[in-house]
Design a protein around this ligand. Structure first.
Ligand code: PEP
Ligand code: MG
Length: 372
């Protein structure tokens, strides 16, 4: 290999042997997982499952959420189960022998429902033209109107959806457990972990945990293969950070969701950072760089430190990482090292930079570590 390539390899090797933090990647397809692995990721820190419910599976998701009765909902869930199982088999296969943190569904609900305005306009137009309504139109309109939220990002997302839609958590956990069984039968070494999003109270986590335990027991008994997955939680609401001691009692690991944590701590919508007003605001010098890019040490970072201290005080073996966008930002990586995190998880392409920066953060300044 040319000298420059050998130099890069040597540098990465030095960073890897210096660093204390693991570097994982955020990936939710087997292709991304394989790419992350090539970049040196030591696991998947966040496998989002939202995209697995879109595209041609969306009608099933609509049917699951808007089901008129248990039978309708169960048949939608039964149709989703083998698809989910296959999703997880692919990712576990790509990451064989390494941890894969699978997050339970966390959509803002409006992404999964028909648009209320569109439905209403269509119905009104037909009415005005004296045309016959479509079958079930009024019923659908009423169901969607009942679910409508003015602020979906502050609504029925994450664990809340899982607790409100009967059978949803069980279906996803069963798909994970059956994927683990399938990989074990194929001679693999699957290491799935289950992560609960948007937890604000330990009671939410406890309810999900009980469900997970029931499902794992059933799948283990049914297959004759013991399946055991660590269960952890995202820390992405200020309340979760502030009650971390209680939450840690029911969590095997924490993963900071700094995208939502920044949004809810500052009260700035993460979806509007591209809007003109936000860049105008950046110019005011309130923050040196956008808190969505580099961790805000005084606010969001303070919550991170509180949660680390309280979580570890309650459960010393608690594993703690971060999977928000900040996990791949060099300055934030330094902060996470100093805060005592065990791992950062970032997009596959940022893995090499995170490895280097985690290594630099662990070196004393004289040896090339930063002295900031
Ligand atoms: C986060 O909030 O930081 C996070 C990783 O979850 P998502 O971006 O999927 O909300
Ligand atoms: Mg989040």
């Amino acid at each position: 290999a040319p000298q420059v390539v050998r130099d890069v390899h040597r540098l990465m090797g030095e960073a890897d042997s210096a660093r204390r933090m693991e570097v994982r990647a955020n990936a939710d397809t087997p292709e991304d997982a394989a790419r992350a692995r090539r970049f040196g990721a030591q696991g998947i820190g966040l496998c989002r499952t939202e995209h697995m419910f879109l595209g041609d599976r969306r009608p099933l998701v609509e049917a699951m959420i808007l089901a008129r009765d248990d039978t309708e909902r169960e048949s939608a869930l039964n149709a989703l189960l083998p698809l989910q199982r296959q999703d997880f088999i692919g990712i576990l296969e790509a990451m064989d022998g390494l941890p894969v943190t699978i997050r339970l569904l966390d959509p803002p609900l409006h992404e999964f429902l028909p648009d209320l305005t569109e439905l209403s306009v269509r119905a009104a137009r037909r009415d005005a033209l004296g045309q016959q309504p479509e079958p079930r139109e009024a019923e659908l309109l009423a169901a969607v109107a009942r679910m409508h939220e003015e602020n979906p990002m502050l609504g029925l997302r994450g664990v809340r959806l899982g607790l409100v839609v009967p059978g949803l958590v069980a279906m996803q956990v069963r798909a994970v457990a059956e994927a683990v069984v399938a990989r074990k039968r194929a001679g693999g070494d699957p290491r799935a972990e289950i992560m609960v999003p948007l937890v604000g109270a330990v009671e939410e986590l406890r309810l999900v945990r009980e469900e997970v335990a029931r499902v794992l027991k059933r799948v283990s008994a049914g297959s004759g293969i013991a399946v055991d997955c660590p269960v952890g939680t995202m820390i992405e609401l200020p309340r979760a950070a502030l009650t971390a001691d209680r939450i840690a009692q029911d969590a095997d690991f924490f993963s900071f969701g700094t995208n939502d944590l920044t949004q809810t701590t500052w009260g700035f919508s993460r979806d509007d950072v591209e809007a003109a007003f936000f860049s105008a605001y950046l110019d005011k010098g309130v923050f040196p760089t956008s808190p969505f890019e580099t961790i805000d040490r005084e606010g969001v970072g303070r919550l991170v430190r509180i949660a680390v201290a309280e979580g570890r005080a309650a459960r010393p073996e608690l594993k703690i990482g971060v999977c928000g966008e900040h996990g791949g930002d060099p300055d934030s990586v330094r902060f996470f090292h100093d805060a005592g995190l065990d791992y950062v998880s970032c997009s596959p392409f940022r893995v090499p930079v995170a490895r280097l920066e985690a290594g630099r953060a662990a070196l004393p300044p004289a040896e090339g570590g930063d002295s900031r």
